[in-house]
Each structure stands twice: as C-alpha cells, then as structure tokens.
Design a binder for this molecule. Structure first.
Ligand code: MN3
Length: 200
C-alpha cells in the first residue's frame, strides 16, 4: 500500500490571518505531496511498503537517506496538520498539569519552544514531546523527528512546528519569530491532549 496525501480536516483559509490560505495550499498539495511521492518511490518493492510511517521512523537508521528525508517529511507534516485548528481549544487538565510540573507553566513552554524554533539554524522542526513520561522541548534538523532512532532527543512528539521557510515565507518573509508567535493562536489542543495521553 503506497502512502497517500490525506485531505486536511479544515479549509486552507481556516488558519488566517496566522497562516495564509496560499501558503497552506502550496505546503499541503506541493510540499507534503512531494515527500509522499518520493517516499513511495524510495520504498517501492521493499518490505517498508508494509510498514506504518511510525515504524519506518523508529528504525530509520536501516534505510537510505531518501527514506529518512521523505519519510520524515510525511510523518512530520501529517502531525503538523493534525495539531492545527482555526477553532479555539484548551489543553486537557492532565496535560496542563504536566505543562506546569515538567515545564514550569504555559508561558515558559511558549518561551522555550519559540527559542528552540528560532535557534534551529536553517530548516527543521521544533517539538513538544513525551520522554520517559515527562514533557520535553527540542528541535531537529531537516525532516528528522524525535521518533527516529538517530534523533538526539528520542521521544514521542505531540506538537510540532515546521520552521522551513516554505512554511511561512509568503506571509512572514524572514520574520520567523513572528510566525512562531502566531502559531500559539491556532493550536488544536484537543488533538495535542489526545496525543499526550496516547504517548504516556
Ligand atoms: Mn513543510
């Protein structure tokens, strides 16, 4: 079974003004689609065709670099679309408690996360993850992610922010920090809370 591009659960314009419709449409139909096409080509005729994208990521050191780049790209963007929403939501009680206990509160989470996003040199991702039952913030280069066995911060990601220029350049140009700040207005906390429960 080849991997396929899933439809977004909201309109391309749903995240405006924080992420514009044109950026969302290009990001989803061109960038994410390209990762999927290239991943399918890279695993064609191999046993990886029978695996989930999570299983591939967890054993990424066994695969060629094309699988790492495009498999990571597919996993990361699938997670990213799922944790965005144009409708307001709040973290579950349990997640909020963990944010307070493990990270020192919501303001501290935003500060540390935005710092990880802003200081990731070049292209990559910032993450909120669960590691040994605790919340942790980290970042990865390119299309790597914390699920990968080669990751510096091995963990289960529950929230991720794409800081490749293609994710924000049309609207924000070089202002990555403004894009990172706007991100907090469009988080689907219901989905992040669900991922937190499932990671524990
Ligand atoms: Mn992207």
């Amino acid at each position: 079974m080849a991997f396929e591009l899933a439809k977004l659960p909201y309109a391309y314009s749903a995240l405006e003004p924080h992420i514009d419709a044109r950026t969302m449409e290009i990001h989803h139909t061109k960038h994410h689609q390209a990762y999927i096409t290239n991943l399918n080509n890279a695993i064609a005729g191999t046993d990886a065709e029978k695996l989930s994208i999570e299983e591939i990521c967890k054993n990424i050191s066994k695969y060629p670099v094309a699988v790492r780049n495009n498999g990571g790209g597919h996993y990361n963007h699938s997670l990213f679309w799922s944790i965005l929403s144009g409708s307001p939501s709040s973290p579950s009680e349990k997640l909020l408690q963990a944010i307070n206990t493990d990270l020192g509160g919501m303001e501290k989470l935003k500060e540390e996360f935005n710092k990880a996003a802003a200081t990731r040199f070049g292209s990559g991702w910032a993450w909120l993850c669960v590691q040994d039952g605790k919340l942790k913030i980290c970042s990865t280069p390119n299309q790597d992610n914390p699920l990968m066995d080669i990751a510096e911060c091995k963990a289960t990601p529950i929230l991720g922010l794409d800081v490749w220029e293609h994710a924000y350049y049309l609207h924000y140009q070089n202002r990555r920090p403004d894009y990172c700040a706007a991100f907090w207005n469009i988080i689907n906390w219901t989905e992040v809370s669900r991922r937190y429960e499932s990671a524990l």
